[in-house]
Design a protein around this ligand. Structure first.
Ligand SMILES: *Cc1c(COP(=O)(O)O)cnc(C)c1O
Length: 230
């Protein structure tokens, strides 16, 4: 099942890439397979079927999985990170997508320095201004980007956004488009250390639209693993 679903998702990604108008059609898109609430067996099946990048939301859950799977995949933290859990995050995750405050990025830098690591991060932007969602507000974005750029153990790599779960997925399109414009502007900022080359947006219900509008990382769970059991 997982291998078949993965094939379908990969085909959809390839088709969406060809429909792009603002992005060169051959520029790559990275698929992060989101495994929260799915077990180790499902993860192994996905890795055997060719998944290279795994996304997890919670530190606790990721730790048990990481203990078993180790570096068989590239690990992405996509869920909200509490400042006091930064020390666990830097040990496991190759990319942290959910950096949304100056306090958090300073803590990640501090913990990364202790283990001699330079941590790749993305800044999560709350573009829709949704109250319950994490992510830095547009007003606070520049301050956070510059803070991240100033820290020696942080490598700022791009931006992340979660679109609202609209029933009509086309409603996400203007947000993705806006986010792509912000990403292009961010690329033009003369940073010291940062390399802005990732735009992480799009989930199971909207990844094709996100790609059409310029995403180059999509985070897909349900479309690969089926519905999550809570
Ligand atoms: C759970 C989650 C996903 C994957 O969601 P699906 O709808 O299952 O594809 C992607 N991004 C984030 C931040 C998530 O929390």
């Amino acid at each position: 099942m997982i291998a078949q679903n993965l094939n379908i998702v990969n085909e959809n990604i390839n088709k969406a890439m060809k429909r792009r108008t603002r992005v060169p059609k051959d520029s790559p898109v990275k698929l992060v397979a989101v495994t929260k609430n799915h077990d180790i067996n499902a993860m192994r099946e996905a890795i055997d079927a060719g998944v290279t990048d795994i996304g997890e939301n919670r530190i606790q859950e990721a730790r048990t999985k990481f203990d078993t799977l180790g570096r068989q995949s590239i690990w992405h933290l996509i869920g909200h990170l509490q400042t006091n859990k930064a020390k666990y995050a830097v040990k496991m995750f190759d990319f942290i997508h959910s950096v949304d405050s100056v306090k958090l990025v300073r803590n990640i830098d501090h913990e990364a320095s202790k283990i001699g690591k330079v941590q790749d991060i993305l800044v999560q932007v709350n573009l829709a201004g949704e109250e319950q969602k994490s992510g830095v507000a547009i007003d606070g974005m520049n301050e956070l980007l510059h803070e991240a750029d100033s820290l020696e153990h942080i490598h700022l790599r791009g931006l992340m956004m979660i679109a609202p779960n609209y029933e009509n997925r086309e409603l996400c399109r203007p947000l993705f488009r806006k986010m792509y414009e912000i990403y292009i502007k961010t690329k033009e900022i003369p940073f010291k250390r940062a390399n802005i080359d990732y735009l992480s947006m799009g989930m199971s219900h909207d990844y094709e639209i996100a790609i059409e509008e310029g995403a180059n990382i999509v985070r897909v769970g349900t479309a690969i693993f089926g519905p999550r059991q809570y």
